[in-house]
Design a protein around this ligand. Structure first.
Ligand code: ATP
Ligand code: MG
Length: 261
């Protein structure tokens, strides 16, 4: 690895405490993600995955720790660094219905990041000029027919809405997309389609992902490296080909046993 190039995302010792919880929700979490790398995060319900996501997106204040995006430290108090965070980190959440404004047509939700960010168009949209054409192109990337641009979210299925959320996240070509259980609310047949599409887009656009799930099979499919979280701590980390080694943490082995049925 070229050590002159900063990590796309690096976090050090992120810690989050909720007064009502008698243990830390996030306990000294550190990791790095390279360009084009997909890092999987797996852990049972309540282990702290979504809390970590909210800390990484600065939607919640961490009690301790640092976050760096492309080598820049991100701080609440520094407006310029928060702009970097909003520009370079996008997220797709579990519930597609909650991420689209029910009052906005699909085209307006889809184009919101590009409408707001006054930066130049990402390279994969170069040569596509009008707003309508860009929206059509983005929908095509996630295999949704253009007629849906003028529909409202309630006229789309869960899987279609999630694909719109993915297209929206990709639209400004961020450095990294955080995917917090992106397929958990969907039908099994749709889950596989969406994971395939996400993987394809990642390779095509050289995106980095933090892919989160409690489903080890999905994490194994999507990621180059895997981290295991338990009670707010990262208790194991490895390349995905080393997941099945005998020397893995006992909790990782327990998850693998469940996964293998
Ligand atoms: N706002 C909050 N106030 C107090 N406790 C919270 C808050 N948000 C989350 N928690 C607690 O923090 C812990 C981690 O929750 P979190 O939602 O991050 O888990 P998760 O790994 O994302 O679970 P799931 O797989 O079910 O989505 C849980 O014990 C949860 O009850
Ligand atoms: Mg969660």
């Amino acid at each position: 690895m070229n050590t002159d190039v900063p990590y796309i995302m690096e976090c050090k010792n992120i810690t989050k405490r909720y007064p009502s919880l008698n243990q830390l929700a996030i306990d000294q979490v550190s990791f790095q993600i390279d360009k084009g790398e997909s890092l999987g995060l797996v852990g049972e319900s309540g282990s702290g995955k979504s809390t970590l996501v909210r800390c990484l997106l600065m939607l919640e204040k961490m009690n301790q720790g640092q976050l760096y995006i492309n080598g820049e430290e991100i701080k609440y108090t520094n407006k310029e660094s928060m702009k970097i965070l909003r520009r370079e980190v996008q997220a797709v959440f579990q519930n597609p219905s909650a991420s689209l404004n029910p009052k906005l047509k699909i085209i307006d939700s889809l184009m919101e990041p590009l409408d707001c960010q006054k930066t130049s168009l990402p390279c994969f949209l170069k040569g596509v000029n009008q707003r309508n054409e860009i929206a059509k192109y983005l929908l095509e990337m996630v295999e949704i027919p253009e007629k849906y641009l003028n529909f409202y979210p309630h006229e789309l299925s869960g899987g279609q809405k999630q694909r719109v959320s993915i297209a929206r996240a990709i639209s400004i070509q961020p450095s990294i997309i955080i995917l917090d259980e992106p397929t958990a609310s969907l039908d099994v047949s749709i889950q596989a389609k969406i994971l395939n599409r996400l993987k394809d887009l990642q390779e095509r656009l050289d995106l980095s992902y933090l892919f989160i799930s409690h489903d080890l099979a999905a994490v194994n499919f999507m990621s180059h490296r895997v981290m295991i979280m338990q009670k707010g701590k990262i208790i194991d980390k490895c390349n995905k080909q080393d997941l099945f080694l005998e020397t893995r943490h006992p909790y990782t082995k327990l998850l693998l046993d469940v996964f293998e049925g």
